[in-house]
Write a protein that binds this ligand. Structure first.
Ligand code: NAP
Length: 306
C-alpha cells in the first residue's frame, strides 16, 4: 500500500486506506460485539499494510483504544498512525467538554490506554457550547509542542465552527459525515478545507453498510434517514455500481472505496469493520482502479445526494 497522504500542515504521512474501529470494543454503541473479533480486526488491518487506525474514547469508553494499545505492542509503532478523539467527559455523564484542562487530561488518558507515548492525530470529537473553538485548538497546540500529539483535528463541527477553530491556522484535519449518499460537505466544507490545507476524512463512508450493496429493497427501514423514494434510488444506483464491480471481479464495497481513494478531496477513507474478513476484503479496494468514465459515472449516479 502506498504511503502518500500527508495530513494537513503536520508531518504525519499515511496510506489512503485506514480502518474505522467503532466496532472494535464499541460495546456501548453496538450489540453482539466480542473483543476477540476486535483484536482480529486490528491485527488484520496492520498485517495488510493499513497504517491509520481511527478510534475514540467513546468507542467502548476506552475499550477500543485499549485493544489497539494491546495489539500495538506486537507491531512497529513508527509504522502505525493512530487517530483518536475525545470530548465526552467520563467524570460528568459524558457531557461534551472542550475546555483546555479537559483536553490536556484527555490526551494523557488516551496515551495510557493506547500504551504509547504519542498520538498521531488527536481530534476534538464534538464541539461544546462554551469554549471558544480556537482556544480549544490552541490548548491542543500546546500539547503538540510537547510531542504528545502530532496533528490536530476537529469532528462534527459546522462549517462556521471549523473556521473559528482554525482562526490561527492550527487545524490539520476534519472528520465529518460524508459518503456517496451524504455529500453536503462537497459544497459546505471542501472549498474552505482545500484553501487552508486541511485534510478531510469521511466517517460513515459505507453509509453504515448500505453502500456495501448487501441490503435488499425490503430493508429500507434499517436506514430511516432516507425516505422510501431515496432508498429506492440508492438501491438502483448500487445496482449500477454492481455492474461496474462485476466487470472488474470486485465487490460493490471495493468499488465504492476505490471511488473515495481516487477522489482528490478525500485524504484517508476509514471503513469500519466487524470482522477480519471484512477488513481483508476492503483492503483489496486498493487494487481496484476506476477509469475516468467509471469514476464520473459513479459520481453522476449519486448526484442527488450533493
Ligand atoms: N467522528 C465521528 O463522530 C464518527 C462517527 C461515526 C464513525 N466514525 C468513524 O468512522 C468509521 C467508519 O464509520 P462506520 O464504521 O460507523 O460506518 P461505515 O464505514 O460506513 O460502515 C462500516 C460497516 O459496514 C459493514 N461492512 C464493512 N465492510 C464490509 C464488507 N466488506 N462487507 C460487508 N459489510 C461490511 C460493517 O458492519 P456490519 O457487519 O455490522 O454490517 C461495518 O461495521 C468508524 O469505524 C469510526 O472510526 C467517526
Amino acid at each position: 500500500m502506498s504511503n502518500n497522504v500527508k495530513i494537513g500542515k503536520s508531518d504525519v504521512v499515511t496510506s489512503g486506506l485506514g480502518l474505522g474501529t467503532n466496532k472494535v470494543g464499541g460495546h456501548n454503541l453496538f450489540d453482539n460485539l466480542n473483543d476477540e473479533d476486535g483484536y482480529a480486526v486490528v491485527r488484520e488491518a496492520l498485517d495488510s499494510g493499513i497504517s491509520l487506525l481511527d478510534t475514540a474514547y467513546v468507542y467502548g469508553l476506552g475499550r477500543s483504544e485499549e485493544i489497539i494499545g494491546d495489539v500495538l505492542q506486537d507491531y512497529d509503532r513508527s509504522k502505525v498512525v493512530i487517530a483518536t478523539k475525545a470530548a465526552q467527559d467520563p467524570n460528568n455523564d459524558l457531557q461534551i467538554n472542550n475546555s483546555p484542562e479537559f483536553l490536556k487530561q484527555a490526551v494523557d488518558d488516551a496515551l495510557a490506554r493506547l500504551k504509547t507515548d504519542y498520538i498521531d492525530i488527536f481530534y476534538i470529537h464534538f464541539p461544546d457550547e462554551n469554549t471558544p473553538k480556537n482556544e480549544a485548538v490552541k490548548a491542543l497546540n500546546e500539547v503538540k509542542k510537547t510531542g504528545k500529539i502530532r496533528a490536530i483535528g476537529v469532528s462534527n463541527f459546522s462549517p462556521e465552527q471549523i473556521e473559528e477553530a482554525n482562526a490561527d491556522g492550527l487545524v490539520d484535519i476534519v472528520e465529518d459525515n460524508y459518503s456517496l449518499v451524504h455529500r453536503e460537505a462537497e459544497i459546505s466544507e471542501f472549498p474552505y478545507l482545500q484553501a487552508n490545507n486541511i485534510s478531510f476524512v469521511p466517517f460513515f463512508p459505507l453509509a453504515s453498510g448500505l453502500l456495501t450493496g448487501k441490503y435488499g429493497a425490503e430493508e429500507g427501514a434499517k436506514f430511516d434517514q432516507f425516505s422510501a423514494d431515496e432508498y429506492y434510488n440508492i438501491s438502483q444506483a448500487i445496482e449500477q455500481v454492481r455492474k461496474i464491480a462485476e466487470a472488474k471481479q470486485a465487490t460493490v464495497t471495493q468499488v465504492v472505496l476505490a471511488w473515495y481513494l481516487q477522489n482528490p478531496d478525500i485524504s484517508v477513507v476509514i471503513p469500519g469493520a466487524r470482522t477480519s474478513d471484512q477488513v481483508k476484503s476492503n483492503v483489496s479496494a486498493t487494487k481496484v482502479s476506476l477509469t475516468a468514465p467509471e469514476y464520473d459515472q459513479i459520481d453522476q449516479l449519486f448526484q442527488d445526494f450533493k
